[in-house]
Design a binder for this molecule. Structure first.
Ligand code: NDP
Length: 275
């Protein structure tokens, strides 16, 4: 039997084919979970082409159906409480339970030098990186209690553990997500609900490529130079892959981590956390 057979997972921000979210969906499905793969409505730019997120989610679901997995695509803006209510209702109607929540959706809004960041960027960053995980966690905890426990896994960043210049609001919110993780771990361990945060370093996704391009523009150098500079600080001298993060999530969702809660697990190849 697979380690997550009979379990039901919700993963946010999962439409990008080379994103961390879709890698997590694939991994949890492979572990035997039924997965609700969610993302916002609207479109996504990949390599200069426009893709509809809903279509990407349906393609992911169809791909995994062929391997015998159950993946339900669903539109979910993590900052919209109506969407959250509908998501939980869909999970309960379709599968009868919720066991695992992965708060993966994240926003780089307000990632800039501190003096350049604007209040509306901070608000966007707060809504996606803090308010969304908070509202979703509040919505799933009663469902997890009904089935005797669950796992909430937040996706932070090495920017949750230290600061480097140029990431303003993002660093602040990702630090806040550590506090939320520990708060949930402290309050709901008694209900069998474990909460941990995975902190990726440089992971080769479209979001990471966009950050490299922005830093290159700011420094008026090429993207290759920025990559060289950033990866020179990584112990293993390279960026990681979305599957590396998915592996850590699989561990924290599965039976091997039954006595682990409130931890920050960096998946960073040994990147220094800054100050
Ligand atoms: P992606 O941009 O591919 O994934 C994040 C997804 O969340 C995007 O589809 C994004 O949409 C979506 N999103 C934004 N706002 C909302 C919302 N309101 N509701 C639902 N979804 C939303 O990035 P990654 O795969 O790189 O990142 C996944 C997670 O990993 C994020 O939390 C990120 O902060 C974290 N991380 C990534 C690192 C990396 O190197 N890639 C390093 C450290 C942490 P949109 O594209 O429109 O913003």
């Amino acid at each position: 039997m697979k380690p997550l057979s009979g379990k039901v997972a919700i993963v946010t921000g999962a439409s990008a084919p080379r994103g961390i979210g879709s890698a997590i969906v694939r991994r949890l499905a492979d572990d035997g979970a039924s997965v609700i793969a969610t993302d916002m409505r609207g479109s996504l730019q990949i390599g200069g082409e426009t893709h509809h997120r809903t279509e990407l989610l349906h393609a992911l679901s169809a791909e995994l159906l062929e391997t015998g997995s159950t993946v339900m695509p669903l539109n979910l803006d993590v900052a919209d409480d109506d969407d959250i209510r509908m998501c939980i209702a869909a999970a309960v109607t379709e599968f009868g339970r919720v066991d695992i929540l992965v708060n993966n959706a994240g926003s780089l809004a307000g990632s800039d030098n501190f003096l350049s960041t604007m209040p509306d960027q901070w608000e966007t960053s707060f809504r996606v990186n803090i308010l969304g995980p908070m509202m979703l966690s509040q919505a799933v905890i009663p469902e997890m209690r009904k089935v005797g426990g669950g796992r909430i896994i937040n996706i932070g960043s090495t920017g949750s553990l230290g600061a480097e210049p140029g990431f303003g609001a993002y660093t602040v919110m990702k630090h806040g997500l550590v506090g939320m993780t520990k708060t949930i771990a402290a309050e709901f361990g008694v209900d069998g609900i474990l909460c941990n945060i995975v902190c990726p370093g440089y992971i080769m996704t479209d979001m990471h490529a966009a950050a490299n391009e922005r830093l290159a523009k700011q420094a008026a150098v090429g993207v290759d130079e920025i990559r060289k500079q950033r990866y020179a600080t990584v112990a293993v001298r390279d960026a990681g892959q979305p599957e590396d993060v998915a592996e850590a999530v699989s561990y924290l969702a599965g039976p091997s981590s039954a006595y682990v809660t409130g931890i920050c697990l960096p998946v960073s190849g040994g990147v220094p956390f800054g100050i």
